[in-house]
Ligand binder design. Structure first.
Ligand code: NAD
Length: 471
C-alpha cells in the first residue's frame, strides 16, 4: 500500500520540512526521534480460566515540555510503529496549537467489539496499573486521552485506577483527559475534535486566493462534504459543519458500507438511525454505494477521512476528486498519495492542525483539574450584572427599552462550554493563520503540511533553545 511505514511517513514529512527551519542537524535529530517506548503485556483472565495476553504500548515522543500528552487507541491494528507515529504527530500538533505538552500516544492491540464491557474495564485498569508502575502516567508526567476505540468510559476507569493507586495525590484528576463531565471532565470535550475540524475548515475556506485556486467561492455554506468514519470525530464534524456551517453532507462511509444522497443526508437523523439499528445502512432516502471505498472517490468539495491511517494511498489517490481534504483522522494520506494529490492542486489540511481540537480542549480540561474549579464559576454572575448595568444605563440615557429577547442574549455571562468553545475557536483560527503565513512566506514550501511541520519544528527548536539544550 505504501513504501513507508506510518512512522517512516511522518519522518518523511519531517525531512521535507527540516531544510526550511534553519535548525542544525543535531537538534533536528533530537526533535524527530521517539524519546521513550514502553511495551507491556496485559494479561486478561477469560471465563474458562485461560489467560489471554494482550500487546500494549505507551510512547513518549518528546519530553521538551512536560507532561506529554496523547490518546489511547484500542484497535486490532495497533503496533509499535503506529503508536510511535501517532506520538510524533502529537508533538507537532501540540506545538502548532500552542498547547504546552510533549507528544505521546498509547494503544492496546484489541478489537474492543470482541470483549464484554466488564473485560474492557479489567483490561483498561490493568493497563493503567502498568503505566503507573513504569511512571508513564500522571498529571505532571504523561496524560492520556481518548482515541480510536476509546472514549469517556475508558477515561473514567483510568482516573479511578490511578486515584486508587495514588491515594491523596491532590491533582490526580489531571492524569487523563476526556473524562465524563461528572468525573472531573469538561463541557465540550467530546465534541472538541469535530468542532475543531469545523473551525479549521471555516478558516481555510475564508481565504479568497486559496478558494479561487481550487475553483471554489469563500465560505462553507453549500459546500459538499463526504465523511469516512462516523465515530466521535466524524459525527461531530458532520453535525457541526451542517448545523453551524451550512455544509451539505452527501455521503458517509462506515466499516460496513457507505450511503449517499446528492441532496444531503441529515447527519443528526443518521446518527439516531445508526444508534438504533447498529449501522448507517438502510437509512431512509439514501442509496448504498457498491463498496465503502467508493465514498472516497466521489466528486465533492471537502473529503473528511475520520477513521484510520493510510486510507488515501497510491492505489486510490489518482481517483480522488475532492478539492479539499481535511485530515480529521491521523495519517489518512500516505506520502505517495500526497504527491499525486498536490500535483492535481488539492488542498490537504494536515492532521496535525485540523484534528488538534481534541488536544486543545484536553489542555483546558487539565487546567481545570489543576485549578480545581469549573471555568466560568467565578465570573459568570459578575459579567451578567455588569452587562445588565450597561443596558440599564443605555436605556435610561436614551429613554428606549431593549427588547427582552435581545437583553437576555446580551446579558448572559459565559458558561464553561461557552469558554471552551471560544478558546477552541481562537486556537484554531490563530494556528491556521500561523501555518498559512509560513506557507506563503517561505519560497519552495509545497504544501500546507510542510508549512505546518516547519511552523511546529521551529517552535520546538525555540523551546530547546530556551531550555539551554541548544546551542
Ligand atoms: P472512533 O472509534 O470513535 O470512530 C472511528 C469510526 O471509523 C468507527 O465508527 C469505525 O466503525 C469507523 N471505521 C473504521 N474503519 C473504517 C473504514 N475502513 N471505513 C469507514 N469507516 C471506518 O474513533 P475517533 O476517536 O473518532 O478517531 C478517528 C480518527 O481520528 C483516528 O485516526 C484518531 O486518531 C483521530 N483523532 C481522534 C481524536 C479524538 O479526540 N477522538 C482526536 C484527534 C484525532
Amino acid at each position: 500500500m505504501s513504501a513507508y511505514s506510518f512512522f517512516q511517513g511522518v519522518e518523511k514529512y519531517f525531512d521535507q520540512a527540516a531544510p526550511f527551519t534553519g535548525l542544525p542537524q543535531g537538534l533536528l535529530q533530537q526533535i524527530k526521534g521517539c524519546n521513550a517506548v514502553l511495551r507491556v503485556q496485559v494479561p486478561l483472565k477469560l471465563a474458562n480460566g485461560d489467560v489471554e495476553v494482550l500487546e500494549a504500548y505507551r510512547v513518549q515522543h518528546s519530553n521538551h515540555r512536560q507532561p506529554t500528552k496523547g490518546g489511547i487507541r484500542y484497535s486490532e491494528d495497533v503496533n509499535q510503529d503506529e503508536v510511535m507515529a501517532l506520538a510524533a504527530l502529537m508533538t507537532y500538533k501540540c506545538a502548532v496549537v500552542d498547547v504546552p505538552f510533549g507528544g505521546a500516544k498509547g494503544g492496546i492491540k484489541i478489537n474492543p467489539k470482541k470483549y464484554t464491557v466488564e473485560q474492557l474495564e479489567r483490561i483498561t485498569r490493568r493497563y493503567t496499573a502498568e503505566l503507573v508502575r513504569k511512571n508513564f502516567i500522571g498529571p505532571g508526567l504523561d496524560v492520556p486521552a481518548p482515541d480510536y476505540g476509546t472514549g469517556p468510559r475508558e477515561m473514567a476507569w483510568i482516573v479511578d485506577t490511578y486515584t486508587a493507586l495514588k491515594h491523596g495525590e491532590i491533582d490526580a484528576a489531571g492524569c487523563v483527559t476526556g473524562k465524563p463531565v461528572n468525573q472531573n471532565g469538561i463541557q465540550g470535550r467530546t465534541e472538541a475534535t469535530g468542532r475543531g475540524v469545523f473551525y479549521g475548515l471555516r478558516t481555510a475556506c475564508s481565504f479568497e486566493d486559496d478558494m479561487k485556486a481550487l475553483g471554489l467561492t469563500t465560505g462553507l455554506e453549500g459546500k459538499t462534504m463526504v465523511i469516512q468514519g462516523l465515530g466521535n470525530v466524524g459525527s461531530y464534524t458532520g453535525l457541526i459543519s451542517q448545523k453551524e456551517g451550512g455544509v451539505k453532507v452527501i455521503c458517509v462511509a462506515e466499516h460496513d458500507g457507505a450511503i449517499y444522497n446528492a441532496a444531503g443526508l441529515d447527519v443528526e437523523a443518521l446518527i439516531a438511525h445508526r444508534d438504533k439499528t447498529g449501522s448507517i445502512l438502510g437509512f431512509a432516502g439514501a442509496t448504498q454505494l457498491a463498496t465503502r471505498g467508493e465514498a472516497l472517490e466521489l466528486e465533492c468539495d471537502i473529503l473528511v477521512p475520520a477513521a484510520l491511517e493510510n486510507q488515501i494511498n497510491a492505489d486510490n489517490a489518482a481517483r480522488i476528486k475532492a478539492k479539499i481534504i481535511a485530515e480529521a483522522a491521523n495519517g489518512p494520506v500516505t506520502p505517495e498519495a500526497e504527491a499525486i494529490l498536490l500535483q492535481r492542486g488539492c488542498l490537504i489540511i494536515p492532521d496535525m492542525y485540523i484534528n488538534a481540537g481534541g488536544v486543545t480542549v484536553s489542555y483546558f480540561e487539565w487546567l481545570k483539574n489543576l485549578s480545581h474549579v469549573r471555568f466560568g464559576r467565578m465570573q459568570k454572575r459578575f459579567e451578567q450584572k455588569a452587562y445588565e448595568n450597561i443596558i440599564n444605563t443605555v436605556e435610561s440615557l436614551t429613554g428606549k427599552k431593549v427588547d427582552e429577547r435581545d437583553r437576555a442574549i446580551i446579558v448572559r455571562g459565559a458558561d464553561e462550554v461557552d469558554l471552551v468553545r471560544s478558546g477552541l475557536e481562537e486556537t484554531m483560527i490563530t494556528a491556521y493563520h500561523g501555518i498559512r503565513n509560513t506557507w506563503k512566506s517561505i519560497a519552495g514550501l509545497n504544501s500546507l503540511r510542510t508549512a505546518a511541520f516547519v511552523y511546529a519544528i521551529k517552535k520546538i527548536g525555540n523551546d530547546y533553545a530556551a531550555l539551554g539544550i541548544f546551542p
